[in-house]
Write a protein that binds this ligand. Structure first.
Ligand SMILES: [Zn+2]
Length: 256
């Protein structure tokens, strides 16, 4: 499994073993081993510009409603400043978002290349299954794996807006299939929370290579409601929807 961030996987394994309480642990979840892992310790990182060693405390667990969440959403998390050369750089590390009240988590696993993706996903599935196996299915927190911080922000926003990400990804799929403006090779579509409201759900396209915005498009909220009725009304139809995705890796990429 070359290229996988081993640190990311260690994080989960440490989460299985650690037993120290975290300040936002919710006992209702009965999943102590799952969410306990919170690294408080500082790391020493080397400035990529001048090689000075800097002591730094990375953000690795973000709780819903915390000030750290705002910093993360604004792209300010894990930015390291070097006082010697004034350079600022990103310290890339795995991050876990947890909303205890609504039993939802999103995990960001950095540095996974496409060759190692399959192995990382399998490992992730195994770890989650092993951690959650003692918990009744209905009590298990829903969780998502993301491979970029942009994806992670999107998942958090979809969750905060009360949408089902499986349907949001399905809408993207429809755009990729049927919209002449959207090029699946060029554009990566993201939920555009800034421009969505009770009437419409908007999406922004970004160029896969340059990261520059390419297009904006959306659906009426009522169309989303129709999808909800179609897919979530019966267990059998929900299963059909789930077949498009991995359990924890819910992305339109799996469908293209
Ligand atoms: Zn420096």
């Amino acid at each position: 499994m070359t290229g996988i961030s081993l640190q990311a996987l260690n994080f989960w394994e440490a989460g299985e073993k650690l037993s120290s309480a975290s300040d936002c642990y919710n006992p209702q979840w009965k999943i102590q081993r799952f969410m306990m892992c919170k690294y408080e310790s500082k790391r020493v990182v080397e400035c990529p510009t001048c090689s000075r060693e800097i002591s730094f405390q990375p953000l690795e667990v973000i709780c819903e409603g915390s000030p750290e969440l705002s910093a993360f959403l604004q792209g300010e998390a894990n930015q390291v400043h070097c006082s010697s050369c004034e350079a600022t750089f990103l310290y890339e590390t795995s991050i876990l978002y947890r909303d205890d009240e609504n039993a939802y988590w999103v995990y960001f696993m950095p540095s996974v290349n496409s060759e190692s993706l399959e192995g990382a996903l399998t490992r992730m599935d195994q770890l989650c299954e092993s951690i959650l196996d003692e918990i009744a299915v209905t009590d298990q927190p829903r969780g998502r794996l993301t491979l970029s911080q942009r994806e992670m922000i999107e998942k958090i926003m979809i969750h905060q807006h009360g949408y089902d990400d499986r349907l949001i990804e399905y809408v993207k799929y429809q755009f990729y299939q049927h919209s002449e403006d959207v090029d699946s090779k060029r554009d990566e579509l993201f939920f555009d929370f800034s421009n969505s409201d009770s009437e419409k759900i908007m999406f922004l396209g970004f160029h896969k290579k340059t990261g520059q915005p390419t297009l904006s498009l959306g659906i009426k909220a009522i169309e989303y409601t129709q999808l909800e009725r179609h897919f979530l009304k019966t267990e059998a139809m929900e299963k059909e929807l789930d077949r498009f995705y991995r359990k924890y890796y819910v992305t339109v990429r799996e469908m293209l």
